[in-house]
Ligand binder design. Sequence first.
Ligand SMILES: *[C@@H]1O[C@H](CO)[C@@H](O)[C@H](O)[C@H]1NC(C)=O
Ligand SMILES: *[C@@H]1O[C@H](CO)[C@@H](O)[C@H](O)[C@H]1NC(C)=O
Ligand SMILES: *[C@@H]1O[C@H](CO)[C@@H](O)[C@H](O)[C@H]1NC(C)=O
Length: 554
Amino acid sequence: MRSFWLTALLPSLAAADWQFKSRSDLAPPRLNITIPATSDVEQGFLFVAPFAGFPDKPGEMHGPRQAAPYIFRDDGELVWSGYSYYSIWATNFQMARWKGKDVLFCFEGDHNPGYGHGHGHTTFLDQHYETIRELRAGNHKITDKHEFHVINEETALIQIYQPVPMDLTPWGASPEQQWIVDAIIQELDIETGELLFEWSSLEHVLPDEAILPINPGQAGSGYNSSDAWDYFHINSVDKDSEGNYLISARDACAVHKIDGSTGEILWRLGGTKSDFELGDNVAFCFQHHARFISKDGSKEVISLYDNAAHGTEDGRGHEVHTHPFSQGKIIEVDTKSWSARIVQAFAPPDGLLSKSQGSTQVQPGGNVLVNWGSEGAMTEFRPDGTPIFHAYMDSGDLGAGVENYRAFRYNWTGLPHETPALVSLVNDDGTTAYVSWNGDTETKVWRFYAAVDEYGSREFLGEAERTGFETALDLGPKAVHAVSAEAIGANGRVLTTTAVVKTKEEVLPPGAAKASKPSLSVQVEGLREQVTAEKTRWAEYMILKFDRFGRLEL
Ligand SMILES: *[C@@H]1O[C@H](CO)[C@@H](O)[C@H](O)[C@H]1NC(C)=O
Ligand SMILES: *[C@@H]1O[C@H](CO)[C@@H](O)[C@H](O)[C@H]1NC(C)=O
Ligand SMILES: *[C@@H]1O[C@H](CO)[C@@H](O)[C@H](O)[C@H]1NC(C)=O
């Protein structure tokens, strides 16, 4: 009773977010890392775009507080918050090479969680986080959120859900149920937007292949164009070096290989019309993110994310399960023996089963990053299936219901045009400077300076190794009135210098204990000052400054 009463009285800490003194406006998710990265995770940063699976209601808050594309380190440190860089709703955030340059791209647009459809376009940022291109679908159609895949640094594969009227009575519909979703794929020239290839599911695949029938309306009931029967639901497109396409059709529980010149279906893996005999654990359903991995004669290796569950992102309707948990899968198909075998399956920690979304990234070094979609978690595996990193996309109360469509690991160099954020805060213990530079990957050391006069003269205060998003330097017990900072790269080069900021009185959260700082006792004796504790660089500087200017404070 008593402990319940105490708990009920405690203020909710989830509501507060003050992760960074220098960026009090940012509230990125705090990854809940349940398997800390081992030394054999692949090099690179994590690219995710988590969002709240359900809307806030009065008195309720859901994580993440700031749904957006993010780049994280696998120790949970923020590298870049993309909050405010994209409008409305953003997903499928990745890095790609476009014409020899590293770029970021992301879907931004409207989100219809009841149907798992998006309506928008793809926006590219360069290494400075500046928008350099917005690409829309060809043929007066609207890009869906699911796919954007860059081929040969030049073209992009996208996908569209086009509602069209059709006689659906042969599939058990009434004459009033006329609407069906034509799942369309397109290949576009990224530079010009030129439409190079278009393929429509209704021209090649009958609704016979649908796993979810038009009635009872689990995949749309067909009464109007807003509730069209999503019989096929393509959610990924890839292209191989021979010019053929691989599509994942979630609502057919099948992966189709398509001839890149004729559009004919070369083979079907899974679903009601599989061309292959499926070996142990090959069977998948409601899958995502099918990718070509390699081809050797009649043997082709692909990867995919097997949800083994269906349900809408907003929880509408009931769920369909085909396996107790979801899995990342690498599958080999043989077009001689027409058999398929599992090369490796990646089973989730905590038995996760995701009713929507998900991805399986086979990384260049062979490790595999699986993203558990609507379960809001990701795992990196060794090639043999051993999990070596696992994280949920947010923590505490905010962790519940967070979802993430896809996750990737990439090497990325970020050189923000945005200026760094610096604050200098004084409390009873002295002054501390905090600096951060959203998206920067290059700073190794931050140097801090006191502003000496209004003409820009400055004195070196000290430096701190950059270990995370924000770097702090304790400036000691004396007031330093104005501070600037300098970002130093690996080769000692100055990357940028901040503006001069005035020191402000620090405001601590109510009841918060003051951060303990290394203590330095300073004795002032006339015009001489003696540092009796640890002699740090800043302390030596303070003495010099004191002597030269004959005053204690700036
Ligand atoms: C479309 O049909 C569905 C199912 O009958 C219905 O719930 C919805 O309100 C309709 N929407 C419009 C825009 O008419
Ligand atoms: C992290 O996730 C685990 C597994 O779901 C959960 O038990 C734990 O409470 C979470 N921790 C935090 C801080 O959210
Ligand atoms: C990052 O670069 C390293 C070194 O070139 C490479 O071993 C690793 O596979 C790369 N990581 C990713 C995710 O591409």
